[in-house]
Design a protein around this ligand. Sequence first.
Ligand SMILES: [Zn+2]
Length: 179
Amino acid sequence: MSVAALRRRIAEALEGLGADAGLVGRRGLPVFGEAARLHCVGLGADGRDKFLAPLAARAWQAMSAAAAAEQVELLLVSAFRSFDFQHALIRAKIAKGRSLDEVLRVNAPPGCSEHHSGRAVDIGSRGIAPLEEDFERTEAFAWLGANAARYGFGLSFPRENRYGYLYEPWHWCWHRRST
Ligand SMILES: [Zn+2]
C-alpha cells in the first residue's frame, strides 16, 4: 500500500472512530505500513504465537537469549499487530467507556503503530501487570537500558516524548541490524 493510500485509510478509520482526521499531522505521528514478511518468534506471554519482521525477529531472539543467559527473563507481551487489530483494540476500549482522547494517548491510531512494522515489541516481566509504568522498576528494564542498544532496540516513548504518547517503558523498537 502506498503512503498516500495508507494515509487515506488512517483518515477513514479516525473519522469512523469520531476522531479528528487531522490529528496524525498535528501530533507529527509517523505512519507504518504492515510488515511484508513475518517470522514466528514463539509464544508470547498470552500463550499465542508472536511474529516479527525477519531481521527484528533475529535481533529479538539474540537479545532475549542474552538476557536469559544472565538470568533476566524478557516476556514478550506483544509484537506485530495489524492495522485491523489496532483498530479493533481502540474500538473495544471505547466500547468499555474510555474516551477517545484518553485511548489515543496510549494506543497509536491504526496505521501509526510501530507494531505494524513488525519491529516493535512490548516486553513484560513476571509478577507485574503488563503495559504498566511499573515495568521501569524491574530487572528486565534495567537490563534493557544497559544492553538493548547493542541489539538495535531503542525505547520509543520516553517521558515527555514529542508524539504526545504516555511514557511506555515496555515498548522497544528495533531500528538497525545488530553489530
Ligand atoms: Zn507497544
